[in-house]
Design a protein around this ligand. Structure first.
Ligand code: ZN
Length: 185
């Protein structure tokens, strides 16, 4: 940051009185500009045991696979953001369920939060930010081409839950009889 977004004067990096960390301080108007991590929200949409994955059409990691996810906007809940990103990236209407994972991506100054989700109808297509969208069996997950470590971590936690039979503890309003028949992976 170089200039104050309140008055346009140059800012200076210093520790304000009573603080412990350096901040961008505007000496002209007195505004202290706090920079805090941004929140990325996503979900793992499931349809009869298969998982919805998107292949990224944008950088970073264009061409690699991920689950629907993106930056939380002001004025929306985490769950609303997860549903919105699924609609934008995969044209998929999901029912967002319980919390699945929280990943601190310190080097990127981000926190990634993922939810379980159900995809009641197998209707999906590539949104503007996706090259393609696919419903895949767990055995078909392209682990070598997953876009981000937080995505891989989340998918592995998700499959671990299924292996342990924990998904019923986390079940959402959506009835998922297929999960009770699912072959352990
Ligand atoms: Zn200022």
């Amino acid at each position: 940051m170089k200039f104050c977004n309140q008055c346009g004067a140059a800012v200076r990096l210093r520790v304000p009185d009573g603080d412990t960390l350096p901040r961008y301080v505007c000496e002209a108007c007195g505004t202290i500009h706090y920079l805090n991590p941004r929140v990325v929200v996503g979900c793992v949409p499931e349809h009869h045991g298969r998982i919805l994955l998107c292949r990224r059409a944008i950088e970073p990691r264009r061409g690699y696979w991920t689950v629907p996810a993106g930056f939380l906007e002001n004025g929306e809940t985490l769950q609303q953001a997860a549903a919105r990103e699924s609609l934008e990236e995969a044209l998929a209407e999901v029912a967002v369920g319980s919390l699945l994972s929280v990943v601190h991506v310190l080097h990127a100054e981000q926190v990634h939060v993922f939810f379980r989700a159900s995809l009641p109808a197998a209707r999906y297509a590539a949104g503007a930010e996706s090259l393609e969208v696919a419903l895949v069996e767990p055995a078909e997950i392209p682990w070598a081409d997953i876009a981000f470590p937080s995505t891989e971590f989340t998918l592995r936690r998700y499959l671990e839950d299924r292996r342990l039979g924990l998904e019923r503890l986390h079940s959402t309003a959506y009835d998922r009889p297929a999960w009770r028949r699912a072959t352990p992976v």
